[in-house]
Design a protein around this ligand. Sequence first.
Ligand SMILES: *Cc1c(COP(=O)(O)O)cnc(C)c1O
Length: 420
Amino acid sequence: MVGRRDVTRRWSFETRQVHAPAVPLYQSTSFVLGSAEHAADVFALRDLESHAYTRLSNPTTQVVEELVADLEGGGAAVAVASGQAATALAVLNLARSGDHVVASASLYGGTYTLLAHTLADFGVTVDFVRDPDDPDAWRAAVSPSTRAFYAETVGNPRGDVLDVAAVAGVAHEAGVPLIVDNTVPTPYLERPLEHGADIVVHSTTKFLSGHGTGIGGMVVDGGRFDYGADAERWPGLTRPDPTYDGLVFTEAFGDLAYALRLRARLVRDLGPAVSPFTSFLLRQGIETLSLRMERHTSNARTVAEWLLAHPRVTAVHYAGLPSSPWHDRAARYLPRGVGAIVAFELSGDARDFVDRLELFSHLANIGDVRSLVIHPASTTHAQLSPDRQRAAGVTPGLVRLSVGLENVADLIGDLDGALA
Ligand SMILES: *Cc1c(COP(=O)(O)O)cnc(C)c1O
């Protein structure tokens, strides 16, 4: 049930994405346990190879966990039912009631409401850094109860690129891990663990799947953060666990402690297990990840350049453009391109423009093979106050595109018609 990376393979990204075992769909809730002794070993986490019950682990899901751990360069991964579940569990595995998290203010709307409101109801408070580009602002938000830093590698929808190494440096000074959401670039374009991040979360619903057919999430543990170094801070990981006969995760599992506790305590007890069918679909999607991301990126870049030259467009937010404040940082962290999300602004309210598009599908998702459009101020970010909307870069004139794999001339024709 570990979802551990196979470190013996040294192939390139493109080769590894297609060489995970083609696994059958184990659409089963439970697995035969054999002898009573074997069953007891599985339930006590003495046997990590066997599967007992799909809420905890599943053979189809395990293949895709190992694949994503490998592509991110992590130690192990745990698949869950959605990107929201991945973020919630990644944080709750570190922070309990009374604890504190420092997060970037440039976040996906659902992540913001989870951190600001739902976690507050659980007693975990979050301070939002308004300028995530300023390491001192992160440092100033730290308190003795801080247990994690949280940010997106490429912000959705603002397209800002996180200085992962700088923010990880401040987190480590404060003695806490950095969690990053790597949904927008995917590990093909950026691997944040290589730059110092400790934990990566994904909405696999998006580019990793690509087909828009299954909601899922993933938590990848880099396996390098030393929770034992300051054991008092992480009682869940370093103290005897009453639900496993006093087992201590850091002692029993070393660099797999974080991932194993997330699965064996949080997914087990809170229950957001992914469907094996979704894992099966995700496995199919990842086979073409590099090819899709290359095409997404070249189409998005062409669209961004065309929009920039259009007289009705007042601003284009895309770190692949030299005019972006994040252009140089993107060249460092995302040398293959910054991905498919292009946001731009019209003067006034952009809802009429969205209604005039024909080829772009109007929906809340990103990362589909088809091109998608949304008006964040009235949808994904509508629950944020005007002030919080501004902090996330959301104005009434803002349009977010997720540029798909179509012929780019057709996409530009559609945009041109709607802008006319
Ligand atoms: C969609 C999204 C999420 C939430 O994922 P779900 O699978 O919808 O729960 C989190 N972060 C980012 C950047 C997203 O785009």
